[in-house]
Design a protein around this ligand. Sequence first.
Ligand SMILES: [Zn+2]
Length: 461
Amino acid sequence: MAETMNPVLAKWYDEQEGLLRDWAKEIWSHPEIAMEEFHSCEVTAEIFRKNGFSVRTYHCKDPKLPPNTVIASWGSGHPVIGIIGEYDALNGLGQEAVPYISPKDGPGHGCGHALMSPACGGAALALKAVMEAEHLPGTVRFFGCPAEETVEGKVYMFHGGAFDGIDCCLAWHPQPKKWMIREDTQNCCSNLKVEFFGKSAHAASKPHMGRSALDACELTNVAVNYLREHVDPTTRMHYSYLAGGEAPNVVPKYAALHYFLRAKDLETDYEILERFRKIVRGAALMTETQYKITLNSMVTGCLQIDDFNDLYYNAQRKIPPLKYTEEDKAFADRLFAEFFGREPGPGDTVVNTELCAPTHQHLNAPQTTDAGLVANTYPTSRSVGLGVVNGVAGHSWAVVACAGSELGLKAAVYASKGLAQCAYEILKQPEKVEQWKRTLAGLKQGQDLTTIPPGTVLEEG
Ligand SMILES: [Zn+2]
């Protein structure tokens, strides 16, 4: 394999960089929250239609809603290379593309997903160009995935069969650090809605006639906070209130909680889930309320294939280095100073441009991804990093600002080239994919990785 980027790909990016930049700006300028990515979906689908892909759009969760999901394919036969991108924004994070806090109404791309569909989707378009030029057999399939932030989008897509038939999968995600393969395994997660149904009554004159759904929520949370001491240390249990009553002088007849129960493996996650269900039953018993537990989604961690990760890293190394102008660096310095409350010093890395080699260490990470089901079913390699000032907090104004600026746009193009080069190299050595499938099967041996489909009512009582 040559030591430099494929020349057809290089030419494609020279000619089409503007397309990727406009695509990213369009999604960034119209931020949409999870499950409502209607504009982002249409913009993405239209680009693929114009480029000769066969395109399917639909709403992954509710067929009555406009489409928020894109599946765009080109080519025929195997290997079928999947490339996944996302586009959802976060509520309340609207921010201008400036290096200081300047809020805008509405959501903002606080996780940088506006860069992902152009970077990952752009790689699919570039791959088509090289497949045509070199008459390479195989299929490239791009997935425009909604609702990553609620850990739901790819879960609905997966259970709906969206990924059926792919042979392997690639992705990139911007982050405030160097480029690296996401080698940690990430926690499994049960994402739950818990509802309690009581009886309303005047809270002062007839409280004995009421049964408080809010009390049931509070007792659930107290019990979970006691449970913390007696679970595996990798476990994370966190909650927020979806409803907690309307007024203090009315005993709340309805209250609801949103829970994430995360653990290092699926067996532990199921175990925590069982104990959680006992808590909910207990809270309902104590308060004489009814309850309903709905599983919004359940995801696994991500199994890792070192050989695939190495191939991806080596492909990215062939891409000409990511370069920023003095103006870009001044933007980054100002943002750094605003975010950290001090000017960057000589020891600070402000802008990331470097690559980290894979370590082949697969440590547990407490967070979760909805890509877990994909990664545990098909050989998958995902990279993260670049595009955001080093070290700033994820899901913050700083990420929104970077994703809308040159820092993000240039990183997206650079990352896209690496994805395309990697996919090209897979097409040149399809036997690798078969080898990775065998590795994945070996990693899964003896483990039951069956998850409960999203939207399942677990129990009521
Ligand atoms: Zn993200």
